[in-house]
Design a protein around this ligand. Structure first.
Ligand code: SF4
Length: 88
C-alpha cells in the first residue's frame, strides 16, 4: 500500500493521528505527514503532497484505511501496490 497526504487540504484535526498513531503525525505547522523514518519528521514536498509506502512499523492496513476514512477533508489517499487507488 502507498499512502498519500495532501497537506494543502489537511486542516490539522488530528483524527488520523488518533486512529493510526504509528502511521500519521502532525508537523509543527499542524499538517499531517506519513511516519517514515527515511522521509524525515517534517517531510514536505514542493507540491505539499507527501507520500510513502506502508512499512512494517506502521499500523495494519485496516487501521490505515479507517484513518483515511475519518479524514473530514479527504486529504488522505491510499493506493494498492499496483497503483490502483483504494476506494475509501
Ligand atoms: S484527518 Fe485529515 S485533516 Fe485531520 S490531520 Fe489527518 S490528514 Fe489532516
Amino acid at each position: 500500500m502507498r499512502i498519500q497526504v495532501d497537506q494543502n487540504l489537511c486542516i490539522g484535526c488530528g483524527s488520523c493521528v488518533m486512529i493510526a498513531a504509528k502511521t500519521f503525525k502532525l508537523n509543527p505547522d499542524n499538517k499531517c505527514y506519513v511516519l517514515n523514518e527515511s522521509l524525515g519528521p517534517e517531510e514536505k514536498s514542493p507540491s505539499s503532497i507527501v507520500e510513502s509506502p506502508a512499512t512494517p512499523e506502521m499500523d495494519e492496513g485496516e487501521v490505515i484505511l479507517e484513518a483515511a476514512r475519518a479524514c473530514p477533508v479527504q486529504a488522505i489517499r491510499l493506493y494498492e501496490d499496483d497503483g490502483k487507488e483504494i476506494v475509501l
